[in-house]
Design a protein around this ligand. Structure first.
Ligand code: WTA
Length: 655
């Protein structure tokens, strides 16, 4: 029996890009082969040439990569540039009147900004930041909803060389306080309120709570008045956005910074411990952000790109703000929620703004799938030409639905694997050439040296499951855990003595070289000596017609090591009594049929929802505790809805 992670979910369907798509794709087979060859021969030179070609430098670099202090890698070290200049100014010669941002409010109102207008807004705010005492290297927290001012604020920070750290506006004041403290932030940029799904959410109030009692580094709070809702303003500390920009010039000379100057910090929760401040660079980050929009999202001048991620997450940084803007693309941003005023909202936005490239998360796809095929069919989605997913493995069931019902079988789907730490997509189809397999993120992008190794670090053969690692450094990789070099080494490099960047996911490569992500390492079950990725069992459950969502965890088991414990959400009301028993048996049989008896859940608990973070990630740590029948004693403040836990803790009999 193999020691490595067993992968027993077989998904053999192949999907090919259409002739029409192939013909117009940015990356053709020929370009792809040339890139692979070049990256193979000289990986560092491959990236350096692209950095020279795609980015605008104020001072050219002569050092491509400094690895003298590995694993603290430094790219394009002696070059100087500005990220905001690359995202805005360089487009003004030919794209000044092109739409940069289409903003749809929660209530359906639409605002638009051309590149020239974006430039003016960002410059005025950059001048305001300087006037308020912000200098190169200062940390600024942005705690705002999905409105254009969040993007202006990010760009303005980049423009003056300040390091922004966007904190998702759904995070509690306690989480905000931790991040303020860790970053040593001098300023917070926020809104009085945010509007989502018709509700008014008090954003500034959380800032006040986070700063309560003083003793922190924050000197100024800039408040954008999203509505005329009155809030308390603290004298000297708090100042309105419209007041700080009043009288400011729309000209600002972007501060050119070293390539390695931190562009931003983004806090990400590890499975345990305090959130990590993932530190990204300017030049390296921007390069991969730019390239992946060109390669994977195939962006063209006439595309309208809607990535539904919030700017509070890395996806919002790379595929809403920095990547698309550095390409001079038109983006859509949306303030509201997918189900308000109806579950057709996403499709309505795609229709109304002629969205051509659409990027969202499997959790959203599965949630919208529940409303059936007829809803999306009421909208004209014919402008869509490319679809993407990110954040977790997409179960083939959802993939097929996305492909057929949303993409009308004519849009390639790019299942993009990456992380906050990688800065940009690492493994994904190139939509004009890659054969797609539902559930696989397919192949590493040119220049990305992804491998699967065993616990000793030996590279495994195709077919064997193991630990996903990246061997060669790449430009947009994490530079440090802010203020904690040891944690950077421990979390990502120590396991194999600095030889690899350790991703924390398990995966396997199939016979054709496609990568299949099995889940986080800690989401791997070991049942009777078989190590099973939880995702495979979840996929099988979701392929049952009555199951909308599923999460699987391991529960310690005397004989098997671990038993499979499944939490499911149904498409129907939760049945009671005998009907529920019959359904449970049916689900178990279904998994046995889809994967094999080994994966059959020992226990299934039906819930009205799963415990998720506000970004839609299922918190398996909590499910593991519930499965064991133990009390939850750890922090649950990042949950979208804490009441879900109570419901899941009840055994079916007590419903
Ligand atoms: C998971 C999000 C399978 C993975 C950009 C990774 C995925 C973690 C995929 C990073 C995918 C992301 N298929 N799993 N296409 N994309 N993941 O930092 O476990 O929020 O390590 O970055 O999400 O999550 P993060």
């Amino acid at each position: 029996m193999s020691n490595n992670i067993s992968s027993i979910l077989q998904e053999n369907r192949n999907f090919f890009p259409s002739k029409k798509f192939k013909k117009q794709a940015n990356i053709t087979e020929q370009i792809y082969q040339q890139m692979l060859l070049k990256a193979e021969k000289n990986n560092v030179g491959f990236w350096a040439d692209l950095a020279k070609e795609k980015l605008t430098w104020a001072k050219d670099f002569t050092v491509d990569l400094d690895d003298s202090k590995a694993p603290f890698y430094r790219w394009f070290t002696d070059g100087k540039l500005n990220a905001s200049y690359n995202c805005i100014d360089r487009h003004l010669t030919d794209k000044s009147d092109k739409l940069a941002i289409i903003f749809e409010h929660d209530d359906g109102k639409v605002d638009q900004y051309t590149y020239k207008e974006l430039h003016d807004e960002v410059c005025r705010f950059a001048n305001a930041l300087t006037t308020q005492g912000i200098e190169k290297g200062d940390r600024v927290i942005i705690y705002m909803p999905m409105i254009p001012q969040a993007i202006f604020a990010m760009q303005a920070c980049a423009r003056v060389g300040a390091i922004h750290s966007v904190v998702f506006a759904g995070f509690s004041s306690a989480s905000l306080r931790d991040r303020i403290e860790s970053a040593g932030a001098k300023m917070i940029i926020t809104t009085n309120v945010s509007i989502r799904g018709g509700k008014t959410i008090l954003v500034k109030k959380s800032v006040d709570e986070a700063l309560e009692g003083g003793g922190n580094s924050v000197c100024k709070v800039i408040v954008y008045a999203r509505t005329d809702y009155k809030i308390a303003m603290q004298d000297k500390r708090d100042i309105y956005w419209h007041d700080v920009v009043a009288g400011m010039s729309n000209y600002h000379d972007a501060v050119m910074v070293e390539s390695e100057h931190p562009l931003f910090l983004l806090y990400t929760s590890g499975s345990t411990g305090k959130p990590k401040g993932v530190q990204h660079s300017t030049g390296g980050y921007l390069l991969n952000a730019h390239l992946t929009n060109e390669w994977v999202f195939d962006l063209k001048d006439d595309d309208v790109f809607w990535c539904t991620a919030d700017v509070g997450w890395i996806t919002g940084h790379t595929y809403v703000v920095y990547g698309p803007l550095s390409m001079g693309a038109t983006i859509v941003i949306f303030e509201g929620v997918p189900t308000y005023p109806s579950a057709g909202r996403f499709w309505e936005i795609c229709q109304n703004h002629a969205v051509s490239v659409f990027y969202t998360a499997p959790t959203a796809i599965r949630a919208l799938m529940k409303f059936g095929d007829n809803l999306p069919k009421q909208y004209d989605l014919s402008k869509l030409r490319l679809l993407g997913t990110v954040g977790e493995p997409i179960n083939p069931e959802a993939w097929i639905w996305y492909y057929k019902v949303i993409g009308n079988e004519s849009c390639p789907i790019v299942d993009t694997w990456w992380q906050t730490e990688t800065g940009a997509v690492m493994i994904a189809p190139l939509p004009g050439i890659t054969t797609m397999k539902p559930g696989s993120c397919t192949k590493p992008l040119p220049g990305i040296d992804a491998k699967i190794v065993d616990e000793k670090g030996n590279v495994l053969d195709n077919g064997e499951g193991g630990i996903l690692v990246i061997e060669k450094p790449w430009p947009s990789m994490i530079r440090n855990v802010w203020g904690d070099e040891q944690r950077y080494i421990d979390a990502y490099f120590k396991q194999f003595a600095n030889k690899y960047y350790v991703v924390g996911d398990s995966a396997h490569i199939d016979a054709e070289g496609n990568f299949w992500i099995l889940g986080r390492i800690d989401d791997v079950l070991n049942v009777s000596g078989h190590r099973l990725g939880t995702m495979e069992i979840e996929s099988a459950l979701v392929s049952h017609q009555l199951v909308a969502e599923a999460a699987v965890v391991g529960k310690p088991h005397e004989i098997k090591g671990e038993s499979v414990f499944a939490f499911v959400v149904l498409n129907i009301d939760i049945p009671s009594g005998e009907k529920r028993e019959i359904l449970m048996q049916d689900l178990k049989k279904h998994v046995a049929k889809e994967i094999g008896a080994i994966a059959k859940p020992d226990e299934i608990r039906i819930g009205i929802n799963l415990p998720k973070t506000r970004s839609g990630k299922i918190m398996r740590r909590l499910l593991r505790t519930i499965a064991k029948g133990e009390e939850i004693t750890t922090d649950t403040s990042t949950l979208e809805d804490e009441s879900i836990l109570k419901q899941l803790q009840k055994t079916p009999e007590t419903f």
